[in-house]
Write a protein that binds this ligand. Structure first.
Ligand code: GUN
Ligand code: FE
Length: 421
């Protein structure tokens, strides 16, 4: 048995708004699975090697529950249009380039490393239409130490001239892709891009496939009002957007829906009743001027809210930055809600970026026993302070501000996958 012991100031979020801080503590894993967090090292580990990180901070890693890998190449560009124009003008032409597998390899390798270097070890990710490049993406994530789900995107309508499959192609390529997925830590997820780009026939096929193979599902929901109107036009038989997924068996407790900005009470009840996961992508919603999800209200309603960078609608890959901007966004929401909604605290933001997705990955919140070891070791020794800071103060600062070499070591699924140079 391989024992891993991390020694440092250990900070985790076991529930929304609660922080567990063990100063000068020990995080212990056996064969990559967490056994516990201890103030003093249990006797049985006395002779074991300790990874001694001294006064450094040991955080949970982040889960990015919604992002588009090919859009990594357009990060920070094309922020001057609403969703549908943005997709047609910038996004689809960019994604079309990923027919080129050599280019895909280079860009996806860089993406995988940047994710790990920022402490993101779990993802729920969109690739492009292309089967081969999707497999390359999965391989590069696996090699870098990222875990989670990647989907070959399906779209057989409204992709313009250069970025669309026929219905048959989409089905055949998806089946082939699933047969070729054979990775230890990166698994496939069924990915109808969103209702406007998928015919009923394709949606029905994907729903059936997900059911048969017991696969999770990801898509987009109620992001932008223009999109809502388009979906209503395409599906007069459905009262609301979510039903266009539900009628095809794409709506269940293994479904991740990005955005849900405009989901009203009825749609939110459907989300809750089905156990659908929400990936809140505040940066993207502001950049594309889509709206802003009432995050506190949805948490109060008991919805499963997680966070996504949604690059390149979102302009920041680091989930530290996404967490900070989610908190900031909740404050904007409070102002616009006439001071009626509560903003998110830093521990709450950290929970959303880390523990909130635990159950989706078959884990428990925080550094719970039984979870695979995912941890970031952070240093803040070069940041100024006028007095000695508490661990909680250092934790809060690290969400907003980190020195250039702040991320020292990253552990993912029990493996040390990153060490700062
Ligand atoms: N809806 C359909 N596709 C996309 C996409 O790539 N990004 C965002 N933000 N919304 C979408
Ligand atoms: Fe998206």
């Amino acid at each position: 048995m391989k024992v891993t012991i991390l020694h440092g100031n250990i900070v985790s979020a076991p529930e929304l708004g609660k922080l567990d801080i063990t100063e000068n503590g020990y995080l212990v894993a056996e064969d990559g699975i967490i056994v516990g967090v201890y103030e003093t090292l249990p006797e049985k580990y006395a002779g074991c090697e300790v990874e001694d990180y001294g006064d450094k901070l040991v955080f949970q890693t982040f889960s990015d529950m919604h992002l588009h890998a090919p859009q990594y190449a357009m990060l920070g560009m094309g922020m001057d249009m609403p969703l549908i124009d943005w997709l047609n003008t910038y996004t689809f032409p960019t994604e079309a380039h990923f027919a080129d597998t050599e280019m895909a390899r280079k860009i996806y390798k860089q993406l995988a490393h940047e994710l790990i270097a920022n402490g993101t070890t779990r993802v729920v990710m969109f690739s492009s239409l292309h089967r081969e490049s999707t497999l390359i993406l999965m391989e590069e994530l696996e090699k870098a130490g990222v875990t989670g789900y990647v989907g070959k995107v399906n779209m057989d309508r409204n992709g313009g001239e250069n970025y669309q499959e026929t219905t048959e192609e989409s089905m055949e390529e998806t089946i082939k892709w699933l047969e070729q997925c054979n990775f230890e830590h990166i698994k496939p997820i069924i990915t109808p891009r969103f209702t406007p780009t998928c015919t009923n026939e394709l949606m029905a096929f994907l729903g059936k496939l997900a059911k048969e193979k017991n696969l999770p599902i990801q898509s987009h929901l109620s992001e932008n009002t223009g999109e809502l109107a388009w979906v209503a036009e395409l599906h007069p038989e459905c009262k609301q957007y979510w039903e266009t997924y539900d009628i095809y068996d794409l709506w269940n407790d293994k479904t991740v829906m990005a955005h849900c900005v405009w989901s009203d009470e009825r749609e939110r009840k459907a989300i809750k009743d089905a156990g659908v996961w929400i990936a809140h992508c505040g940066d993207s919603n502001l950049n594309l001027i889509s709206g802003y999800m009432p995050v506190r209200e949805m948490l109060n309603e008991g919805l499963r809210v997680t966070l996504g960078s949604d690059i390149a609608g979102g302009d920041r890959l680091s989930m530290f930055a996404v967490t900070a901007s989610t908190i900031r966004g909740s404050k904007a929401r409070r102002i616009m809600d006439n001071w009626q909604s509560e903003f998110l605290s830093v521990p709450e933001g950290y929970y959303l970026g880390t523990s909130a997705a635990a159950e989706f990955f078959g884990e428990k919140p925080g550094f719970a026993a039984g979870n695979p070891l995912h941890a970031i070791v952070l240093t803040d020794d070069k940041l100024p302070a006028v007095r000695e800071l508490t661990v909680q103060e250092r934790f809060e600062r690290c969400i907003y501000r980190r020195q250039p070499d702040a991320v020292q070591v990253v552990w993912s699924a029990g493996r040390k996958v990153y060490t700062a140079e």
